[in-house]
Design a protein around this ligand. Structure first.
Ligand code: SF4
Length: 300
């Protein structure tokens, strides 16, 4: 059990219903299978942080076939890892995963450790990923609190249309109190509430008529207030730095030799200042290398 986690009260009926629903309806995903290693779970959690399952699954399969252990990835180059990340987005995650593999080899004999402290000390592993790895790879009782779980709890228990922008202490304490005392049920609740949020209690168009806890949902009972008025947190995509960085990375992934990025016809619509700053940020993040400064050539 996570340090400081309170003992659970008797299981809330909504929690029990989600646990039962998950046992019946869980998607068959490769990282949920019994033969999946802790490394496979860790890779899936890093990939799933900002990317949906449908895009992650094929990349995860290729990744695990190529680098089935941390030692295999640590022996590859960072550029190979970034290239294999493909179009999952936020490629800093590939770099951090590669660094994490090296740290696992150096500190833990190439194994993923089960302890919270050891996990949190790894590159790119924050509180959420550490809790998810402990729960889903090692079957530990923990609080796994991603945006989907926060939304389900916020609506079903607190009648909130969307959770606050940042995780609050109240939310964390409430979520911890809901985790079932039984370890197996706790893992199923963590996975099931996440699945319910991803498939049914979605951010913009929750399918309450298909929801197993609709009869006890506080937000539905209150008349589903506030969703239209809630601010959208997503930024327009076209023209953002993230989009430009993604386009630069796509060009470099496809190239077999260093490229002059500022001379690429396909980037002519990008303001020179923005292109320069995006290139500089990719170099600063360690994702892109200056191959020839004088000729303006870059590579992964
Ligand atoms: S009833 Fe609707 S709002 Fe409530 S938990 Fe289910 S899907 Fe979400």
């Amino acid at each position: 059990m996570m340090e400081g986690m309170p003992p659970a009260a008797p299981m809330d009926p909504r929690v029990a219903t989600v646990v039962d629903w998950f046992a019946r309806e869980a998607r068959d995903l490769p990282w949920r299978r019994e033969d999946c290693t802790a490394w496979g779970v860790l890779v899936s959690e890093v990939m799933l942080q900002q990317t949906p399952v449908v895009r992650v699954e094929p990349v995860w399969r290729e990744w695990m076939a190529r680098w089935p252990t941390p030692a295999d990835l640590a022996a590859a180059s960072q550029a190979d890892a970034v290239r294999a990340w493909g179009r999952l987005g936020y490629p800093r995650r590939a770099k951090r995963l590669w660094e994490c593999a090296a740290a696992l080899v150096d500190r833990h004999g190439g194994e993923v450790p089960p302890g919270e402290e050891a996990l949190l000390a790894l590159p790119g592993i924050g509180a959420y990923t550490a809790a998810a790895v402990r729960a889903f790879a090692f079957g530990e009782r923990d609080v796994v609190l991603d945006t989907n779980v926060r939304r389900v709890i916020g609506r079903a228990w607190r009648a909130q249309p969307l959770p606050p922008a940042h995780l609050t202490r109240t939310e964390r304490e409430h979520a911890a109190a809901l985790v079932p005392a039984d370890t197996t049920a706790s893992v199923e609740w963590n996975a099931g509430s996440m699945e319910l949020g991803a498939l049914v209690c979605t951010a913009r168009a929750p399918r309450c008529d298909e929801c197993v806890i609709a009869a006890d949902c506080a937000w539905l009972a209150a008349g589903s207030p506030g969703l239209d008025a809630a601010p959208r947190r997503t930024q327009a995509w076209h023209g953002t730095d993230r989009q430009v960085r993604g386009r630069i990375m796509a060009l470099l992934r496809a190239a077999h030799a260093p490229l002059n990025i500022t001379g690429q016809a396909s980037l002519e619509d990008v303001e020179p200042g923005q292109l320069d700053s995006c290139l500089a940020s990719l170099v600063a993040d360690g994702l892109v290398t200056v191959a020839d400064d004088r000729r303006g050539l870059y590579s992964l």
